[in-house]
Design a protein around this ligand. Structure first.
Ligand SMILES: CC(C)(COP(=O)(O)OP(=O)(O)OC[C@H]1O[C@@H](n2cnc3c(N)ncnc32)[C@H](O)[C@@H]1OP(=O)(O)O)[C@@H](O)C(=O)NCCC(=O)NCCSC(=O)C[C@H](O)C(=O)O
Ligand SMILES: [Mg+2]
Length: 353
């Protein structure tokens, strides 16, 4: 094992120095598109300004005989399009596939200077990240890339969940982790065939009640993903990287999509995947704190002065801990407002009320 002192050393001569802190860049929605699908790729110039992250997907949902078309399509899109301050990510094929190596070789050498983050699917342990880490350093050095490409892992196998803490801390390149509920369900042999979301059979039932115990008993659907998401959020927070909910496959059920995204937001996630244009606005709405919450957070911060002690505001006790909670909301609002003028105006208006 290498010395902890070497953690921030480049893994290849001539590769850029690793980042010491993951930069927080708004990433409320990671918008998936198939770069080999000409119709979808043609929409990129219009979609890019409406999303925080545009992701060229090379893995699942791209048919085996379209893998090369997707890879070369992404190179074409990246070279031809000015994405402004929208981030460009890709999801490469899984490390046990015959395509992953060529994905990395082609993308880093051809468009490495435009790629912000590489999403790696089906990560099972730190060794998967170490493999990608070294290879990226070699390719960055070869291509003369000036800043390190970051790595994002998808948590979508039972082994990956068991090792989530070591995955989160495996490399300074680690930018974040997303939940992949479809592959995870298969890996765990769960009996849901959905991509995220709940299941009507996963519920708790009210105790028997009524005179003879036969009154109708209410049931309450439970969240299949709560345990994994909470574990993932803790692992990410402990290692200073960013957690994301992943995909919601029932495109038509925008209400349940919004609920799933909001649960993730409240639990600590900074974004989710949008698979279809209709999910972009949902993610934007959910992962931006509401103007009322931001105004409240600023009110508490102002009232708390140096952030110590206790005060009462509108009947609610505030102290050092609520001050920190409010700072989380206010700092997120500042970062989003810097990118999103509409949001900036909404936050400013709410503060004046
Ligand atoms: C899901 C889709 C296949 C649906 O596509 P389609 O049937 O074409 O839907 P619509 O007719 O409603 O589309 C309307 C127009 O919008 C364009 N479109 C659709 N999706 C996108 C998109 N993502 N980006 C840009 N443009 C998009 C259509 O081309 C239509 O255009 P027009 O005809 O001109 O009006 C499709 O949305 C899709 O393929 N989405 C991405 C799917 C994907 O990436 N899946 C992989 C991620 S989820 C996953 O891998 C699981 C995870 O790993 C886990 O394990 O949990
Ligand atoms: Mg998957």
């Amino acid at each position: 094992m290498r010395s902890p002192k070497d953690f921030f050393r480049p893994l290849a001569v001539g590769a850029p120095a690793p980042v010491r802190e993951v930069p927080f860049r708004p990433s409320r929605m990671i918008h998936f598109f198939d770069p080999g699908n000409e119709k979808m790729a043609a929409k990129v110039p219009d979609i890019a300004p409406t999303v925080d992250v545009l992701l060229g997907n090379l893995e699942d949902a791209v048919a085996a005989d379209r893998k090369e078309a997707a890879r070369s399509g992404l190179v074409k899109v990246a070279k031809a399009t000015d994405l402004g301050d929208t981030q460009l990510w890709t999801r490469i094929n899984s490390l046990d596939s015959p395509w992953a190596l060529d994905d990395l070789l082609t993308l880093v050498t051809e468009i490495g200077d435009k790629l912000d983050v590489i999403m790696v699917p089906k990560v099972e342990g730190a060794e998967d990240i170490h493999y990608v880490d070294r290879l990226l350093a070699q390719l960055e050095a070869k291509a003369g890339i000036q800043r390190p490409i970051l790595v994002h892992a998808i948590l979508e196998t039972a082994t990956g969940v068991a090792n989530v803490e070591e995955i989160a801390g495996a490399s300074p390149r680690m930018q974040g982790i997303s939940l992949g509920p479809a592959d995870l369900a298969a890996s765990r042999r769960m009996k849901t065939t959905r991509v995220g979301g709940g299941h009507p059979g996963y519920l708790v039932r009210e105790d028997p009640h009524g005179a003879d115990g036969s009154a109708p008993r209410a049931t309450f659907q439970q969240d299949l993903w709560h345990y994994t998401l909470a574990r993932m959020v803790d692992a990410c927070a402990a290692h200073g990287i960013l957690p994301y909910y992943g995909p919601f496959g029932d495109i038509k059920d925008t209400t349940a999509c919004e609920d799933q995204f909001r649960n993730a937001f409240l639990l600590g996630c900074v974004g989710a995947w949008s698979l279809h244009p209709v999910q972009i606005a949902i993610a934007k709405r959910v992962f931006s704190p509401s103007p009322a919450d931001v105004a409240w957070a600023r009110k508490v911060i102002d009232a708390m002065g140096d952030g110590t002690g206790a005060v009462m505001i509108d009947g609610k006790m505030q102290d050092d801990a609520t001050y920190k909670q409010c700072q989380v909301v206010a700092q997120l609002a500042d970062a989003l407002a810097a990118r999103d003028p509409e949001l900036r105006d909404a936050y400013a208006a709410a503060e004046k009320e």
